[in-house]
Design a protein around this ligand. Sequence first.
Ligand code: ADP
Length: 418
Amino acid sequence: MRSRLKSASVQQWIFLGVALLVMVQLSWWIRLQVRQSADLLAARIEVLKAGRAEAWQMDSRTVLPYYAAPETVLRRGEIVGQLPKLLPTLPERRKAIETAFPHVAVVESPRALDDPQMVDEAAFLTLRPEPIQELEASRLSTLWKAGLEGAFMAAAVLFGFVLIYRKLAQEMDLKLRQRNFIAAVTHELKTPIASLRVWMETLFQRALSDEQKVKIHTRMDQDLARLAELVSNLLEVARADAGSLEMNAFPLDVAPWLRAVCEGMDQRLGPGSLGMQLNLGQGLWVMADAKQLATVVENLLTNAFKYAHPPRTTTVTLGSSAEEVIIVVQDQGVGIPAKELPRLFQRFYRVGDEMTRQVPGTGIGLFLTREIVERHSGEIRVASRGPGLGSTFTLRLPRIPAPQPGEAPAPSLEGLPR
Ligand code: ADP
C-alpha cells in the first residue's frame, strides 16, 4: 500500500513538474511574442516618422530656392528688369506633401513633440493617426493569434500528458490489484484446504457420535463448495478473457429456476443465515444459459452473505417490464461508498485497502457477473445509500414470450445449484 502511495505521489510530482514546465515555457513564449511585436511596432512607427522627415525635406527643397536672389531679365546685354518669384501657397504645398506621403498631414499646431515646422509657415507636419491605429490593431491581432496558438499547444501537450498519466495510473492500479488478487486467491485456496485437512484428521482419529459426524460432513461440504466456487469463478474468468465463455442458451422459466438457485445457496451458506425473502413474479421467461446465470445469482448472494453482519436480511425480487425481466438482490449489509460504485465491476477490484479489509475475497466475482450478464445482452447495476445502509444489485435481461406447449425445453439440470 505504502509503495502504491509512494509511486502515485511520484507520478503526481512528475505531472506537476511537467505542467509547470509547460506553463513556464508558454509564459516565456508569450512574453517573447509581446516584446517582439512591440519592437516591430516601434520600428514601423520609426519608418513612418522617416517618411515625415522626407516630406519635410521635399517641401523645403521646393521652397528654399525662392529665397535666393531674384532672376534678372537681360535684353541685348542690358538688365531690363527682375522676374518676381512667387512662393507656392500653403494649400499647394499641403497637396504636394499629402500626395507624395499619404500618412503625413499638414496641421496648424503640432500633435507630437517632434512634429517639424514647415519652412516659413505656421504649419507642422504630423503623422496621421490612422496608419498607427492600423499597425496597433494588426499587432493586437498577431498577439491574439500567437496567444491562442500557444494556449492550444499547451492544452494539447497537457491533454496528452493527462492521458499518459491516467493510463499509467490505471496500469499501476491494475498491477496492484493483480498482486492483491494472487495473494487473495492463495489465501482463499489455502483456507478451505487447511480446514478440510483438520476435519479429515478429526474424522479418522477420534471416535465421534453420528451427530458430530453429520456436523463435520456439513462443514466439509461447505469448504468443498467454497473451493469449487472459487475454481469455477477462476476458470470462467480465464474463459471470458480467452473469449471462449460458452453459452448454451435455452428459454428459461425464471421463477422456478431462481427459487432453486436461492434455496441451494441458502443451504450452502447455512440454512436461514441469509434471512432470505423471495418475491418471485411468475411466468417470466428469458433466453439464458441457466448454469452461467446461476453463477451470477450465486455471486450476488455470496456477497450479500459476506458483506453483512448477522442477523441478515436479503430480499430477492423477480419482476418485469414490457421488455425486460428484472432480478433485484437487496441486502441490509455494510453498503458501498458512492465513490466506489463505478469501479465495483472492474477486474480484481475490492472496496477499501488491504489494511482495512476484513472479508476475504478475490475481486473477480462481480467482474465475472457483469461479463456473463452482458453475454446475455443484459445489464447489471449497483446502488447503495452508503456505508452501513445495504446494497442493491439490479439485473435486467431481455424478456422473451413463454414458449407454446410442446415447444418448451426439457428442464435443464444444469441450472440447478452446484
Ligand atoms: P470479492 O467479494 O471476492 O472481493 P467481488 O467482485 O464479488 O469480489 O466484489 C468486489 C467488491 O465489491 C468486494 O470486495 C466488496 O468490497 C464490494 N461488494 C460486492 N458486493 C457487495 C455487497 N453486497 N455489499 C457491500 N459490498 C459489496
